[in-house]
Design a protein. Sequence first.
Length: 198
Amino acid sequence: MEAGKRIKAAGIELSAYYMPGLGGCDLWEENALETADLMNQVDPDFIRMRTLAIPDRLELAADVRAGRFSKAGDVENAREIKLFLEHLDGISSTVVSDHIVNLLQDLEGRLPEDRTAWSSNSRPSWAWTRKEQALYRLGRRGGLFAGLSDLLDPQSRAAAGTSAPRVGRHRRHHRRRHRRTGQALHLNVLLSDKLITA
């Protein structure tokens, strides 16, 4: 925190990173609230979101397999982001969700004037029907949607809807291969486990 304040005091542009999902299912509130508190004290020029991804090479992947870390899914991460945004206060940072791993990649704006827009833009992840949530996650993780507006586009929506059976077959194929070979199944980067069952 002190290093961030010194950078700002020196007139150097500062980007600070927020990682939704870092607290897992157990500490998501702490991750959102404590990170928001830090941002409020530092007031960085940019707050950049990088949703937690867990490649197999990381030690955390072993914790997930052993049950020591419960990885949050897309809906849980959206809930955490909502809490984080609600508790940013008294700063003029620009929030940017500019990474492909982020579910809400088009969530962007400057505090405080864009706070209302965020509430409406991020609504689908926690207020739409389960079917709409699943369709949006499928579109994003499958590379068919660039952002929330694509769900409202009839052609993009239809493309995501017709791809669902192919994704289901793809997941079943990998599950069968996993049972045959004993290799770990790593589809969580592309698809939430809840995507097909939601």
